[in-house]
Write a new protein. Structure first.
Length: 486
């Protein structure tokens, strides 16, 4: 803390002085609330500001301009509501730290046979478990129209329709906690195994490779699930995430519709099922023969349609996607990285901003290029050599195999990123991948299972932060250490 005061400006010094005036036992609570409030309101404020500036620049009518300040106040006040994320953060962190003191005294009397270290570990886990249970219940108690549905019920007087509340609104948060807990537990077990094997001189190259490829494998597997869901079950992804992927992919929605209908058997090669109009609309827009989009005459559809105007060559299309996506990503990453160097500008900082932006852009650009090229591999380059070229084989390739091949290879683009970022990115996408395997809504009476999973997982993570902080990897571990430190 003193280093931060000495190296920083007057503002950090004032903040540090203000924090020191707060009783140590209350500091984690206040830090958690401020952090939760900032993380929940800042993105919405930024979106509001960008929308407002865009409308002013385009000289759109004055109504949105007049609504800016009411919207601003609504966002700021909304974050202060009891059933929102800031209060949840404060209840979770505050409950875990404040409950630990009386529980430690109580457990010291009831379990005198255990060592002090074991008593301390258990009381930390139990206090966090209780705090996590009730703080998540606080979030879950807030009603959402998206999770209320009118359901028909059989009654003695016939069928009646009643609004029924479903659970699942906090599923993303729970899966985030579960993923982090699994990462901490498995990481600790693997670390112990590594120590034993190295002490015995048996640590081999295969085990080294497993350690190095764990994060890339997690990301590749998670990306495969997410991209499969994006094509075939987009409702299993959060709307904002779905929208971002579509923006990055820059895909014609008619291609997605055709792939989905081929998957569900509505579009079939060699049969007239009334689906030709989907891709024939693309043919008109791109200047192709209408026969390209007719599943009776084109078996399979030319890969040129997947390329969307870049020609017939699959490799050229992949290269063009790589270049376009790299430029798009670089124009996004570079301003962000440069903004981080403004406070302490230097040649080293500028060099780091450029290299970091280039690596991240290469990762995202190659992800998109590999995804598109994987489709070409599955349907025209490799797939026909494995499955054949019959009508049924072509149907099989375009109804799932081509998408599966693209999903399988795109995630390995993570190898372009440095090792430090791989773990953060992998652990960011893993909960979203798990969410594609679970229902987004489920029966309200089954909510206790989710709450239990969240409470157990959060207790594991918080206990690791206190005793083995290196096990909670990435940015989250650093944030939790800062928040929970008295």
């Amino acid at each position: 803390m003193q280093k931060l005061v000495g190296a920083g400006s007057a503002r950090p010094a004032r903040l540090t002085s203000l924090e020191q005036s707060i009783p140590p036992v209350l500091r984690p609570v206040i830090r958690a609330y401020v952090l939760g409030y900032a993380s929940s309101t800042a993105p919405r404020l930024l979106t509001l500001l960008l929308t407002h500036l865009s409308r002013r620049r385009k000289n759109i009518d004055d109504k949105p301009v007049h609504s800016f300040f009411p919207s601003l106040v609504r966002i700021l006040r909304g974050g202060l509501e009891l059933q929102r994320f800031p209060t949840f953060c404060a209840a979770l962190v505050g409950g875990s730290t404040l409950l630990e003191i009386p529980l430690r005294r109580l457990f010291a009397r009831l379990a005198r046979g255990l060592s002090k270290a074991a008593q301390l570990r258990f009381t930390r886990w139990l206090s966090t478990f209780i705090a996590a249970w009730f703080s998540l219940k606080l979030l879950q108690s807030k009603k959402s129209d998206a999770f209320i549905e009118v359901v028909p019920y059989n009654t003695p007087n016939g069928i009646t329709h009643r609004p029924t509340r479903f659970a699942g609104r906090t599923m993303d948060l729970t899966l985030f906690a579960v993923t982090r807990a699994l990462d901490a537990v498995i990481g600790e077990l693997w670390s112990q195994r590594k120590a034993r094997r190295m002490a015995a001189g048996k640590w081999n190259q295969v085990e080294k490779s497993i350690s190095a490829l764990t994060d890339p494998t997690i990301f590749a597997a998670s990306s495969a699930l997410i991209m499969w869901a994006w094509i075939y079950s987009p409702d299993r992804l959060p709307p904002s995430y779905n929208k971002w992927i579509k923006s990055a992919a820059a895909v014609d929605n008619r291609l997605l519709v055709a792939l989905r209908r081929a998957r569900w058997g509505e579009l079939k090669y060699g049969l007239e099922t009334g689906q030709a109009h989907i891709l024939q609309g693309m043919c008109k827009d791109y200047g192709w023969p209408l026969d390209y989009g007719d599943p009776v005459k084109s078996i399979p559809f030319p890969c040129e349609m997947v390329h969307m105007g870049t020609g017939k060559n699959c490799e050229y299309h992949a290269l063009s996607r790589l270049i376009q996506s790299f430029i798009w990503a670089f124009s996004t990453y570079l301003p962000l990285n440069l903004a981080l160097t403004i406070r302490n500008p230097s040649k080293k900082g500028l060099r780091y901003a450029l290299t970091s932006s280039a690596r991240s852009s290469a990762f995202l650009g190659s992800f998109i290029a590999l995804y598109y090229y994987g489709i070409c591999l599955g349907r025209t380059r490799v797939g026909p050599r494995v499955f054949g070229t019959s009508v049924s084989a072509r149907q099989q390739l375009d109804s799932g195999v081509c998408v599966a091949s693209s999903c399988a290879i795109c995630g390995w683009s993570i190898l372009f990123e440095n090792e430090a970022r791989r773990k953060d990115i992998a652990l960011f996408v893993a909960p979203r991948a798990l969410a594609t395997l679970l229902p987004r809504r489920y029966l309200w009476e089954d909510q206790w299972r989710e709450t239990l999973a969240f409470a157990v997982s959060t207790a594991v993570v918080f206990t690791c932060v206190a005793e083995r902080p290196e096990r909670v990897r990435g940015v989250l571990g650093k944030i939790l250490q800062r928040v929970l430190n008295n």
